[in-house]
Design a protein around this ligand. Structure first.
Ligand code: ADP
Ligand code: MG
Length: 241
């Protein structure tokens, strides 16, 4: 479904992804692991169409994704409905006056009727257990609450793929456990999960695959999550633990 063929990406002179090839199938749950600066966030941005390859190809459902393709608003809508992105910093994702409006924004953009929007928002509030935040200002919420609202606003589009950038950062242990269970549930319900993380304490049992990046921004390992994570020497050599 998601395919990268020899993809490289640079920010001006900084190489962020070096010759990345990978294939992610429908329904997988993938952890992206690697020390700071190894390219995890950049890969997620590329998968979400925020940056485009300098060389190589990014392909979704057999279609090459380019800046030009994404500038077509009809295609862009379809693409963003399929792939959702929960940013590392929730503040960059939240811009509405109330939690309700925040979650309703995507469905309204998709042209849903008022009743459908209401129903979709209520479902998401319930799924994230944030009904009581409905009329609050997103800006004033706690870190964990902001994260939940950001996730709800992404789930409101009912994407097939959900990319998370370090979602376990800066939230309290209770929210971490909640998020772990939520990701598990989403994956069990058929969602494809791609998640950058370095917080291994709370994420047991969520992922079936780990893709590991080196400090040179290359993939150095791609395999079963439990196997990778139990290879302590490997993780230590690569500054992951
Ligand atoms: P990670 O998420 O694994 O920490 P990133 O994808 O953020 O890694 O970064 C990969 C490389 O790209 C790093 O060298 C980083 O400094 C650089 N980089 C990331 N974002 C930018 C940016 N907006 N401008 C310039 N360089 C960047
Ligand atoms: Mg990052």
């Amino acid at each position: 479904m998601i395919e990268l063929k020899n993809v490289s990406f640079k920010y001006k002179n900084t190489l962020a992804l070096d010759d990345i090839s990978l294939n992610i199938k429908d329904g997988e749950s993938v952890a992206l692991i690697g020390e700071n600066g190894s390219g995890k966030s950049t890969l997620l941005k590329l998968i979400n169409g925020i940056v485009s390859p300098v060389s190589g190809e990014y392909i979704v459902d057999n279609e090459v994704i380019t800046e030009k393709r994404l500038s077509d608003s009809k295609f862009s809508k379809k693409f963003h409905k399929k792939i959702g992105f929960v940013f590392q910093n929730s503040v960059t994702q939240l811009f509405c006056a109330t939690v309700f409006e925040e979650i309703a924004f995507g469905p309204i953009q998709l042209g849903m009727s008022e009743e459908e929007v209401e129903e979709r928002v209520n479902d998401c509030l319930e799924m994230l257990n944030i009904d009581k935040l409905r009329d609050r200002e997103p800006y004033n919420l706690s870190g964990g609450e902001k994260k939940k609202v950001a996730i709800a606003s992404v789930l409101a589009l009912n994407p097939e793929v959900i990319a998370f950038d370090e979602p376990f950062n800066e939230i309290d242990p209770k929210s971490k456990r909640f998020l772990r269970d939520l990701i598990l549930k989403l994956n069990e319900n058929g969602k494809t999960i791609i998640c950058a993380t370095h917080d291994f304490e709370y994420i047991e049992g969520i992922f079936n695959r780990a893709i590991v990046f080196s400090s040179e921004n290359k993939i150095i390992r791609d395999g079963n999550y439990e196997e990778v994570i139990s290879d302590r020497d490997f993780l230590r050599e690569n500054n992951i633990i």
